[in-house]
Design a protein around this ligand. Structure first.
Ligand code: AMP
Length: 424
């Protein structure tokens, strides 16, 4: 019986894994430099956390969650996104008391039972940030800027990106707008699909998520939330636009962005890339001011975003990623099996100095070790030739050199010398 991965889930290895490691390392360095701290939360949470925060009428909760009952006890769900878990963790561990604003970033797998296609998986990875505290519209702009600069730092070409922003209004404007919408959709109620009837009852705003062609005709003519927000939300939206202009982040206002998760309030945004196909959303986020309090925490504002990491990789296309796995790596070979343990000592000397080593130590001939070093793509070799070893020296060989690329060095200085050569 040959086992295969589950549909919509993939193994990541080899060159692709190296690109992942590069994107993850870039995220760590970019956000750490801006005082964000990394957080990891469990992959499984109590189901209510997601149903309450993302919303029962959302596509994620109503159709896409992997939910199971744990040993006949409570209902658990494989996390479909990161924000709810991070907010739960902030409250449970009293993290806001330690810093304001608190700035966190995360990366890891998410699970949604969607129909798999290019750029859409059932286990996919998101990296994201959450900022929580007594925030203003300037913080919203800062987070949008960080999102845009981060993808630039990763190497995704700027000219393929679009940044779209919108405002969904605060709770007060939302309550009034829901009434306006209910009146509007009531006129065409019978023409709407069954899902929309459910959405009408549960949360009329979710009708905007419908992809049904007949519904779209009605939805496209519906009043826009952006045109129905209170003066304060209007001012906040203007401040975000001014700040983005000041930060030189190009953006457009797109009144159709409503986001498929219930917790958003205020400014929302999406980044799309022309390098992606039909699934062109690279990342999205926005302000969510009620989630902390709704989850039992202090009343604090929050803003964040998440990027789909597979989609980031797709956008990287031909961008050259440094091969970090072999950059500071050396193949240690020896001319006689009797010296295998000395070769291991030399390897240990290198590793103590931060140079990774590879050696097979299985008694292969020197010729076969050279062949393997070439085949595996190593550039640097340390060779313990019997005569040299007896004289207290070893050879360092640069396999990429046009001449024989060899230098003979004292055994105790090998790590230092190879580091020097690698730097040149
Ligand atoms: P969301 O949490 O739905 O706002 O999604 C944020 C980002 O995650 C999207 O812009 C996509 O890049 C990515 N994403 C969402 N769902 C999937 C999926 N099923 N497969 C791959 N990436 C996804």
């Amino acid at each position: 019986m040959a086992y295969r991965t589950i549909k919509g889930m993939s193994d990541i290895y080899g060159d692709e894994m190296r690109i992942w490691a590069y994107v993850e390392a870039t995220m760590r360095s970019y956000f750490s430099a801006r005082l964000y701290e990394e957080i990891r939360t469990p992959i499984v949470e109590y189901t209510e956390l997601f149903t309450r925060s993302i919303g029962e009428s959302s596509d994620i909760v109503s159709k896409e969650m992997y939910t199971f009952v744990d040993r006949g006890e409570r209902s658990l769900t494989m996390r479909p996104e990161g924000t709810a878990s991070v907010i739960r963790a902030i409250i449970e561990n009293s993290l806001v008391a330690k810093r304001d604003p608190l700035k966190l970033f995360y990366m890891g797998p998410m699970f949604r039972a969607e129909r798999p296609q290019k750029g859409r998986k059932r286990q996919f990875y998101q990296c994201g940030v959450e900022m929580v505290g007594d925030l203003t519209a300037i913080n919203d702009a800062e987070v949008i800027r960080d999102a845009v600069q981060f993808v630039d730092e990763v190497g995704i070409p700027k000219d393929t990106l679009s940044v779209k922003i919108n405002t969904l209004g605060c709770s007060e404007c939302r309550t009034a707008f829901i009434e306006t919408l209910k009146k509007y959709f009531k006129n065409d109620f019978d023409a709407l699909c069954e899902d929309c009837h459910f959405r009408y009852d549960k949360n009329v705003l979710r009708i905007f998520d419908c992809k049904n062609k007949d519904c779209r005709g009605i939805i496209d003519k519906a009043p826009k939330v952006t045109d129905n927000v209170c003066p304060q939300c209007e001012r906040d939206f203007a401040v975000v636009q001014e700040e983005l202009t000041r930060f030189q982040v190009p953006f457009v206002v797109d009144k159709d962005i409503v986001r498929g998760l219930d917790y958003y309030t205020g400014v929302v945004f999406e980044l799309t890339s022309s390098a992606l196909g039909a699934q062109d959303a690279l990342g999205a986020g926005g302000r969510y001011d009620n989630l902390m309090a709704e989850c039992g925490g202090p009343k604090k504002s929050a803003v964040g975003f998440a990027f789909g990491m597979e989609r980031m990789m797709m956008c990287l296309g031909n961008v050259i990623i440094p091969d970090m796995s072999l950059a500071k790596t050396v193949y240690v070979a020896y001319g006689d099996n009797e010296y295998a343990s000395d070769a291991r000592d030399i390897a240990a000397q290198c590793e103590t100095n931060g140079i990774a080593t590879y050696g097979d130590y299985e008694g292969r001939s020197l010729k076969s070790q050279m062949k393997r070093a070439n085949k595996f793509g190593f550039r640097w070799m340390i060779i313990l030739n019997v005569d040299e070893w007896k004289e207290g020296t070893v050879t360092i060989k640069d396999l990429a050199a046009e001449d024989d690329g060899q230098v003979i060095v004292a055994q105790e200085t090998v790590a230092e010398k190879i580091e020097e050569l690698m730097g040149n």
